[in-house]
Ligand binder design. Structure first.
Ligand SMILES: *Cc1c(COP(=O)(O)O)cnc(C)c1O
Length: 401
């Protein structure tokens, strides 16, 4: 496999007419080692953030053994890619046939739920041919928690209210080998206190239900670094979670789990795009809302950008992007900071697209094709290099080039 030294080298060699996805396996490996060595429990990779088989193998090789899957297609994909991985089916609303296939064919033992109906479905789908119930289930009840500290809410769709949790926890306890409580504080949680309020709710749920809890799963939400969204060090999150977990009324050998998606893969991808047209401070580029830039268009997410052209000399100024499709909604307001003299034919690297970026590409309107190549240079920002400046101590954003 050819490895390019840098994004600029890709442009120099390929002068690509279509967007190019850049893979940085070294960055994903570093993130995986960080979580597997420093998180005070088990880290499950949330596959939906980026299901690329190449990435799955990098994470596996760097210590991630457990995978949070949310659909039967993800179950099959991870089982095929990593035959020895432990899969946890953490979508609280599943088809009964999906549960049955996951349990009987792919060895899945861990499932989440947030209703009695889902519990009944899981019990029925995992029984053997003679109707005898499974005795090896790990069942995690998903609790609804606040998304107030996160950039992206995951609070309204799933999770049982604290007020209703006790009967569900008690009923679930009857059907499992290990009982867990899980939650999701929302994606890109900008402070560790997001997890504190959630763990307080876990404490209340355990007290109310008076059940033995074997697993506490704090979900995803661990942040990455984007312009205007510089989180505190992940060690702070781990420390706060560990202290509040240790203080819960749970069995002495209870396990702590987390389900990072974004934090494990954001640094894995960036993308090289070409400017096709300029209209004032708007750049028409060849990828957009229906490609890897879904979040840039739909929720105004600001990804870091960098011009790949040394000829450009003007000071940076603010630009908005239009994507290539004919849809007006294919618009990204940014602002994205690029040299004032940028124009048609110039190439731009858009960084930190490994999470919910590269995975979102569609073929709408005939666009969406992108070659993927591997590069050896650093991602535009990193939480894992060890030389990052704590944003609470400085206003500096650590940009690595
Ligand atoms: C999406 C999701 C995750 C990953 O969330 P991030 O914010 O990317 O870390 C983890 N668990 C569940 C159940 C999810 O739906």
């Amino acid at each position: 496999m050819h490895i390019y030294p840098s994004a600029s080298a890709v442009v120099r060699d390929l002068r690509p007419d279509e967007p190019v996805i850049l893979n940085r396996p070294h960055a994903a490996a570093r993130a995986a080692r960080f979580f597997s060595q420093k998180f005070p429990g088990k880290s499950l990779y949330a596959v939906k953030a980026n299901p690329s088989p190449d990435l799955l193998k990098v994470l596996w090789d760097s210590g991630i053994t457990h995978y949070d899957v949310a659909s039967i297609a993800e179950v099959r994909l991870v089982r095929e890619t990593l035959p020895e991985a432990t899969l946890c089916f953490m979508h609280p609303v599943k088809a009964e046939s999906a549960i049955a296939e996951a349990y009987h064919r792919h060895g899945v033992r861990t499932f989440s739920l947030d209703s009695i109906e889902e519990l009944e479905k899981i019990v029925a789908a995992t029984a053997d041919q003679r109707g005898r119930p499974a005795e090896d289930l790990y069942l995690l009840v998903r609790l609804r928690v606040s998304s107030d500290y996160s950039e992206l809410s995951l609070a309204s769709k799933f999770g049982i209210d604290l007020a209703d949790a006790a009967p569900l926890l008690q009923a679930t306890r009857q059907h499992c080998d290990a009982l867990g409580i899980c939650f999701h504080v929302g994606s890109q949680a900008m402070t560790p206190f997001a997890y504190v309020q959630a763990l307080e709710r876990v404490r209340a749920a355990i007290a109310e239900a008076a059940v033995t809890v074997d697993i506490v799963d704090v979900g995803g939400g661990f942040p990455s670094s984007y312009p205007g969204m510089e989180p505190p060090p992940l060690e702070d999150y781990f420390g706060v979670i560990d202290r509040h977990f240790e203080a819960l009324p749970i069995s002495y050998n209870a396990e702590l789990w987390c389900e990072p998606g974004r934090a494990l893969c954001a640094e894995y991808n960036s993308m090289v795009v070409r400017v096709e047209k300029r209209r004032g401070d708007e750049l028409f580029i060849n990828d957009g809302a229906y490609g890897a830039l879904f979040d840039a268009a739909h929720i105004g997410w600001r990804f870091p950008v960098s011009s790949l052209d040394d000829r450009l000399v003007d000071q940076d100024r603010e630009f908005a992007f239009y994507g290539p499709t004919c849809d007006d909604a294919d618009y990204m307001k940014g602002p994205f900071m690029l040299p004032g003299d940028i124009g048609p034919g110039d190439y731009v690297e858009i960084g930190m697209l490994g999470a919910y970026g590269a995975a979102m590409k569609t073929a709408f309107n005939g666009f969406g094709r992108a070659e993927a190549v591997t590069v050896a240079d650093e991602p535009m920002a990193s939480l894992y290099r060890g030389d990052r400046i704590d944003p609470r101590k400085s206003d500096n954003v650590v940009m690595l080039r």
